[in-house]
Design a protein around this ligand. Structure first.
Ligand SMILES: [Fe+2]
Ligand SMILES: [Fe+2]
Length: 362
């Protein structure tokens, strides 16, 4: 296992906390964007530390207008104002500080500023690849918080990230392949959750769901589908070899335990909550926890089930190498046919511009 990857989901915070506001070392722009967008910033005495790199444009990149927000720096026991809310600013002067402070009340404006940089397609902005990569990393950052503490507030926070994915995928269909490719890039649960959300949204669109609210629901279900794994003992989650019967029984509880975590949450629709519960059900009643038949399953549950399987197959895991999408389609067709909805499966194959695998049934 590589250090710092799976162990402890606290990668994001350490880099910003305790940052010296007077330091002139600028953070990398993409990293600053990601932290601001996912709102993983340090807070102290009613102020939030924002990396200055967020406001300093990269060469040849046009920035959205700066939000009307006053900037401060730490000074002795208090703070000193270095910019009035509507004052023009010089990126050069600003970059003398590694971090600036904004008041807690202004942080939403800063988050929106970061969001605009990530979501605005077109000339003069960041490239699609770097915007999509930043969005994906920001999502992982948010899911990181979610897996550390699956609280209603953290669930609510992650709805913003999901709606950004939906927004991008509605506005820029060309982003499908970029995001689909990125979503299988890394092996672990956090990345898997983000990948399943992205695949779920793409799949839902391809299957004819075009309502933004519904796409958001699917994305949230994808993001949260394995949240119950936070309740499974760590030694089981991290076990390298195959699980024994008792361990497997505990692992299978994650569907029910996940549902227990999201049930009744007002930020999530009932069918989104149900999709968390039902993502391991199948077409023939052999799935868990309910042994339901696919006729009893909401289409969101079936979408998440397929997006989950596909993302798992196309991702490196401890016990199997990532397959390419076409190998994954063949595998699903040969081995998981009883698990997936045939119509949705066809839609997924189409996303990749592929043909149905040989010997297709169902
Ligand atoms: Fe699962
Ligand atoms: Fe999963």
């Amino acid at each position: 296992m590589e250090p710092g990857r799976r162990k402890g989901y606290n990668g994001g915070m350490a880099e910003t906390s305790g940052a010296d506001a007077g330091s002139s070392k600028l953070m990398e722009h993409g990293r600053a964007l990601q932290l601001a967008f996912s709102d993983r910033l340090s807070r102290r005495n009613g102020y939030v530390e924002v990396p200055t790199a967020l406001f300093v444009p990269k060469v040849d990149v046009r920035m959205p207008p700066l939000p009307s927000v006053a900037f401060y720096v730490w000074a002795g026991a208090g703070v000193r104002k270095i910019r009035d809310a509507d004052q023009p600013y010089s990126p050069l002067a600003l970059s003398a500080h590694g971090m600036v402070l904004v008041s807690e009340a202004d942080i939403e404006g800063i988050r929106k500023f970061a969001e605009r940089q990530i979501l605005s397609a077109g000339e003069g902005g960041l490239s699609r690849e770097s915007r999509m990569e930043t969005l994906r990393r920001a999502a992982i950052e948010v899911v990181d918080g979610l897996f550390q503490a699956p609280t209603p507030e953290n669930i609510k926070k992650s709805t913003k990230v999901v709606s950004s994915f939906v927004y991008v995928l509605m506005k820029e269909p060309e982003a499908y392949l970029v995001l689909a490719k990125l979503s299988s890039h890394d092996p672990y649960t956090l990345q898997h959750s983000v990948g399943t959300a992205v695949n779920g949204i793409i799949l839902a669109r391809k299957a004819g769901i075009s309502d933004e609210g519904e796409l958001n629901e699917v994305g949230m279900a994808g993001l949260l589908h394995d949240i119950g794994k936070t309740q499974v003992r760590r030694e089981i989650i991290n076990k390298e070899g195959p699980l024994n019967a008792a361990e497997w029984e505990e692992m299978k509880q994650h569907a029910q335990w996940g549902y227990d975590l999201v049930r009744g949450n007002p930020a999530l629709s009932e069918r989104c909550q149900k999709a968390v519960l039902e993502h391991h059900e199948d077409r023939i009643g052999k799935g868990y926890p309910g042994g339901l038949l696919s006729g009893d399953l909401h289409v969101f549950s079936r979408i998440v089930a397929l997006a989950d399987a596909f993302n798992a197959l196309t991702t490196d895991r401890t016990y199997s190498k990532a397959r390419n999408p076409f190998e994954a389609f063949q595998f699903i067709n040969d081995k998981l046919n009883h698990k997936v909805d045939p119509e949705l499966f066809r839609s997924l194959v189409l996303v990749y511009g592929g043909k149905m695998p040989a010997g297709t049934t169902g």
